[in-house]
Structure formats: C-alpha cells, structure tokens
Design a protein around this ligand. Sequence first.
Ligand code: ATP
Ligand code: MG
Length: 229
Amino acid sequence: MIAELKNVSKVYKTGDQTITALQPTNVKINEGELVLIIGPSGSGKTTLLSLIGCVIYPSKGDLYVDGNHVNEMSEKNLAKLRRENIGFVFQNFNLLAPLNSFENVAMPLQLLGIENSEVKIRATNALKMVDMWDRAKSLPKQLSGGQQQRVAIARALVSNPKIILCDEPTASLDKSSLDVVMNELRTLAHSGKAVAVVTHDPRLKKFADRILEVENGFVKDIKNENFNE
Ligand SMILES: Nc1ncnc2c1ncn2[C@@H]1O[C@H](COP(=O)(O)OP(=O)(O)OP(=O)(O)O)[C@@H](O)[C@H]1O
Ligand SMILES: [Mg+2]
C-alpha cells in the first residue's frame, strides 16, 4: 500500500462558513491498481485526490504516503515528496502559458536536477506516448483542450512517479485518445504504479480495478464488477 487515509477528514473555512469537503474516511491506495473516483460535482473528489497527492493537509485523522506521516511533514518536505513520487494531472491542466509542450513536459525533470541529454530523451518519449510530439513547439494557447490535456498527462508521467493522480483527464478527449490514455494508465498501474483517476465519465469504468464512490463527502469503496468487460 502506497497511501492510506485513517479517519481523514477535510474542512474548509471561508469567512464564517465551514464546509466539510471530506467526512472521516478510511481508504487505501495500492500499487498495481487503477482506482476510479466517481461522484457528483462538489462531492469531494478533488479534495480526496489532493490529500493523496500531498497538495493539502488533512484537517483530522492520519494520512500516510509512501511511508511518511503527512500530518507531521513541513511544507518543504511535502513538496519534495510530491516532486519525487507523485505525478498530478490537474482538473484545469495547469500548463505554464509561456512554455511550449516540450518545455512543460521537461519541467518536472529539470526540477529533479536530471541531466539535459536525459531530459531530452524522456520528454520526447513522453510526448510521443500521448501522440503530441509533432506539437512539441506549440504553446498551450495554440493547442485544443484535448491536446493540452495530453501534454499535461505526459508531464505527469515523465518523472516515472510511484503515484499517478488524474483529475478528469479524459474530459476533452475523443474516443481514440481516451483509449490510448486509459490503456497507458492501466499498463502503468499493472506494472506496479498506483493510479487514481477522478471522472464523471462512465466510459472509464471498464479500465478500473476498484471504484471509490464519493457523495457529499462520504466515500464508498467498491470492487469493480465491470472490470475487463
Ligand atoms: N479551497 C477551498 N475552500 C473552500 N471550499 C472548498 C475549497 N475546495 C473545495 N471546497 C468545497 O469542498 C467541496 C468539495 O469540493 P471538491 O473540489 O472536492 O469537489 P469535486 O467532487 O471535485 O467537484 P467537481 O466534480 O465539480 O470538480 C465543495 O463544496 C467545494 O466548494
Ligand atoms: Mg473536482
């Protein structure tokens, strides 16, 4: 098991309003597994993914990621854990506007201090994997939504992280791009990575080993009956 939530909850306070985004939750994320996180808008899916991805701290409960007790870690060490172990595809892609596709994908490797010749090989391979090598020099604003999404996926995979977290990675993808991306994520999971994908898209169910259903901050863990259908 690579990540574990033990009675983890998340409460947001804005002004005088308190929102419980995640009720106390017990969930394990395992290597070798593709987990789908589904549920209505505002139910807590991104919150759950952000906790697993060490982007936010729990309000209560204990969170463990790759053997670390996240509650007790400094922001600096948390950032290091993210850089080295976690690939994140954000809901809004988060590509850096002044950088082209290649530079966006190369960025995580440069942050890890990897040598330039190696960066070039790995960023090239990652862009080829999502079929975006021919647009390596394009800026995000010159790309369609689906193309930006594919670059964001290449960027999440390029550093070979143990945990790959995707927030709606297929929302702007057509059927053939979706199959390419989901088959690649499934291959990565079955080669020993932990992969979690947030989605509204029922087409993704057949790729999942396990499904976490989130509703109103409550998480239900179900084994996927449609697996390999
Ligand atoms: N930074 C924040 N500050 C205050 N409230 C927040 C914050 N982030 C999320 N929330 C609230 O927490 C609840 C869960 O949000 P979350 O983003 O996890 O939902 P979601 O399931 O990902 O929704 P969607 O499918 O629309 O992306 C929502 O009510 C949301 O408004
Ligand atoms: Mg969300």
